[in-house]
Design a protein around this ligand. Structure first.
Ligand code: AVJ
Ligand code: FE
Length: 424
């Protein structure tokens, strides 16, 4: 898994020249050469030094690559390693990680403490690879990334279709998943009322109707903060959408201009836009607990599964993950990935905004460092679930929790709606 993440990191960085790697394409993102060396530095801290007991390889570079010392917007001004030096550094660190791996034993059900940090480091690299993919999406200039189109649905799913999720208790989070990060723990029982959830994510076609119905101009559909942001940022459509004088909408996707495909899940929307759409549709966003119950509940035994389709490892027919495609797949394209209740495309395609703030589960214990999750609890963050086309299978499961500010939309974010249903 470490090798797979490194191949992806190389693909995302070897396609640009040194200037491209040093460029800051948006104040929201780091130069790619910072992500590259940060990946190596985190790996050095956790594997080469902590597990392997090695001394620092390059003297005093930890501060440069500490995400908490330097805001993303200031990183181009730092005396960063050159692209070649960064490549050499990450390769040398990897050699030491391999040595440390030889001496580490893994427990089958719960990775031992040293074993866990290998899983954490592999996921960390994949998370930064997704962040680097978002940086690529923000770049201008010719396309440098290539991939086959995502699957098309012969018959796109009916966007109005909902699934009823029965009320009652279910087990949220996990005590036993060896890959789970601290914020996914511990398992705990949560009661939710019976509710309805969309069987598939909200599509471009759905969202176009919201745009055409004046959704961006109707204050009553937005929260107060959402409306203020919509005005200040001048939002009129999802991120990377462009309109021709004749009214046709296009999307800019990794350096190409493509028609807005009605059957594809909408991507690059902020929480505020998702929330306004849901109100326009007479619905609401699901809570995080509702989303997880829709994904995990097995009504046959009341248990919670690792993935919507069960506990089988992720295969390519289940979900659009791992940057195999550079776009979400049409709704209806992954019937094999449906949950036991029949909810589709929960994994992959687009991260799904929920109505929930990012908070610790009852009994949360920080592990192994507070800067992964703990320092973000109580901040201005909404939870996203399920992963996107740019998320690697190692870095996603139905318990995985992502979070971001409600104004953000450079991430591969979409959503689906839910609503209350009266119980007879
Ligand atoms: C879990 C995606 C919000 O990218 O900020 C990367 C993951 N943590 N390095 C992020 C992470 C430390 C994190 N997210
Ligand atoms: Fe990081």
């Amino acid at each position: 898994m470490l090798d797979r993440s490194r191949a992806r990191t190389a693909a995302l960085t070897d396609c640009l020249d040194d200037d491209g790697l040093r460029e800051q394409v948006s104040p929201l993102m780091s130069p790619l050469v910072w992500d590259l060396a940060h990946i190596g530095n985190q790996e050095e801290l956790w594997l080469a030094r902590d597990v392997g007991g090695h001394a620092p390889l390059l003297g005093d570079i930890d501060d440069l690559y500490d995400a908490f010392r330097h805001a993303r917007s200031t990183r181009p001004g730092l005396p960063l390693l050159t692209p070649d030096a960064a490549r050499e550094y990450v390769a040398r660190v990897r050699e030491l990680s391999r040595e440390a791996l030889q001496d580490t034993t893994f427990d089958e059900r719960r990775l031992t403490e040293n074993g866990f940090v290998f899983a954490m480091v592999a996921q960390h690299e994949q998370q930064h690879d997704e962040t680097m993919l978002a940086t690529h999406q923000l770049r201008t200039g010719p396309a440098v990334l290539h991939a086959p189109d995502a699957p098309r649905a012969e018959v796109p799913a009916d966007g109005d279709l909902e699934v009823i999720v029965p009320g009652g208790p279910f087990e949220m989070g996990t005590d036993t998943d060896p890959w789970a990060l601290d914020n996914e723990r511990p398992a705990h029982t949560v009661h939710v009322e019976t509710f309805a959830i969309d069987a598939v994510p909200v599509t471009n076609g759905d969202f176009l109707r919201f745009v055409a119905d004046g959704g961006y101009d109707r204050e009553e559909l937005w929260t107060e903060r959402g409306w203020q942001h919509r005005r200040e940022a001048g939002l009129i459509a999802p991120g990377f959408w462009e309109q021709d004088p004749d009214g046709t909408w296009w999307r800019r996707v990794f350096g190409r201009r493509v028609p807005v495909r009605p059957a594809q899940p909408v991507v690059h929307v902020s929480w505020f836009e998702a929330d306004a759409y849901a109100r326009w549709a007479g619905k609401r966003l699901p809570t995080e607990a509702e989303w997880e119950k829709a994904a995990r509940l097995d009504p046959a035994d009341g248990g919670s599964r690792r993935f919507p389709w069960g506990d089988d490892e992720i295969a390519s027919h289940h979900a659009n993950l791992g940057q195999r495609h550079l776009e979400p797949a049409d709704v209806g394209a992954y019937p094999d990935g449906a949950s036991a209740l029949g909810v589709e495309q929960l994994m992959g395609d687009v991260w799904e905004w929920t109505s929930s703030d990012f908070e610790p589960y009852p009994g949360f214990e920080m592990f192994p460092y507070p800067e992964y999750s703990e320092v973000f609890f109580g901040g201005d963050y909404k939870v996203l679930r399920g992963g996107s086309f740019g998320t690697d299978p190692t870095a996603i499961r139905s318990t995985f929790r992502n979070w971001d500010h409600p104004i953000r939309r450079q991430i591969f974010s979409g959503f689906r709606c839910a609503r209350d249903v009266g119980v007879a």
